[in-house]
Write a protein that binds this ligand. Sequence first.
Ligand SMILES: CC(=O)SCCNC(=O)CCNC(=O)[C@H](O)C(C)(C)COP(=O)(O)OP(=O)(O)OC[C@H]1O[C@@H](n2cnc3c(N)ncnc32)[C@H](O)[C@@H]1OP(=O)(O)O
Ligand SMILES: O=C([O-])CC(=O)C(=O)O
Length: 374
Amino acid sequence: MAKVLSGAGLRGQVAGKTALSTVGKSGSGLTYRGYDVKDLAQNCQFEEVAYLILRGKLPTQAELNAYKARLKTLRGLPQALKDVLERIPADAHPMDVLRTGCSMLGNLEQEMSFEQQQEVTERMLACFPSIICYWYRFSHDGERIEVETDDDSIGGHFLHMLLGSVPRELHEQVMHVSLILYAEHEFNASTFTARVCASTLSDMHSCITGAIGSLRGPLHGGANEAAMEMIEGFTSADHAEQEMMGKLERKEKIMGFGHAIYSESDPRNEIIKGWSEKLAADVGDTVLYPVSVRCEEVMKREKGLFCNADFFHASAYHFMGIPTKLFTPIFVMSRLTGWAAHVMEQRADNRIIRPSAEYTGEELRAVTPISQRG
Ligand SMILES: CC(=O)SCCNC(=O)CCNC(=O)[C@H](O)C(C)(C)COP(=O)(O)OP(=O)(O)OC[C@H]1O[C@@H](n2cnc3c(N)ncnc32)[C@H](O)[C@@H]1OP(=O)(O)O
Ligand SMILES: O=C([O-])CC(=O)C(=O)O
């Protein structure tokens, strides 16, 4: 059953057209250019899906090899960007670092014409992991890491730079799945931000910088970090239940649950939940995964609410040794594909996005001279 979409927040209003994805068409499904996300997550690498979203078709083996080889050559960072990253303090939020990194890149390597849109997107796809890890390792460990690694995939490149060793196959595989799940989601808040910016005929870096700012909030991409902060405070499944009941009584919002469009479930959840379970077994976890499952049960029973894509991403990333504050930047590494494809789609059939507002302010009145104002 589809969710009733009405009320504030532009809910249920068609704000444009897209051929990129469908969300919740039958209450719970998600497709990218006609392919079910479950099918893609099971059978593809992230780079294949990025190619699909950005170029419109799944690549052949030869096209995929060429695409990955090209991305590999684009991992380096200009010295001026490294200098900026080195000045950002360790207690900055990595989403702010990425926002600044993206903006600085736009100063150094401007998009001079829309003909360069694929090229500038590929550059960002290849070097966003470098930006995050260069800053993180410099500010936390005082190390100027080598960002031009030979890793086969974007996820592998990220894990290698972050953790300092070639990632295990299991972890690289989970990164493929995670990046596929987060890649595209129709007119969500951050994508809509990118499209509004694109509609003024602005440059790609401005569109993406704005989108990063929108994704940062806890009601959107920031929910995976907020979920982690909550579950790591629970010492057992029973403790989680007790605390969750208290939160619900106090009418607190529980991050990682609910969705603006899906009514029954978020199709990405069962996939990442399955991987979280595998990773839990891999690390011998007996707390975090059972805690997460109990949270899911309590929310379903008490509020009829289901986990969205963010909830089990928290435990999955944690089991791979990824620091919590880097969770949402991983979302950016992936969603960049969707954002850029939407920018391209907007540019191809553009009219400036400019809705109207219902005025609720004062009636027309005259300016009182300043000497007479109380
Ligand atoms: C990848 C992503 O961006 S997925 C979304 C990530 N965000 C989160 O996980 C944050 C937590 N969730 C939420 O805040 C919301 O569910 C949103 C922002 C995702 C969707 O918001 P909306 O479309 O306004 O939610 P919706 O209309 O379904 O809410 C219905 C009711 O359920 C409540 N509700 C929804 N989600 C939650 C939640 N996570 N915890 C507690 N109550 C909730 C709402 O407060 C509302 O109650 P009310 O009618 O008494 O006000
Ligand atoms: O669609 C939304 O509103 C939020 C979401 O799940 C996403 O962007 O992945």
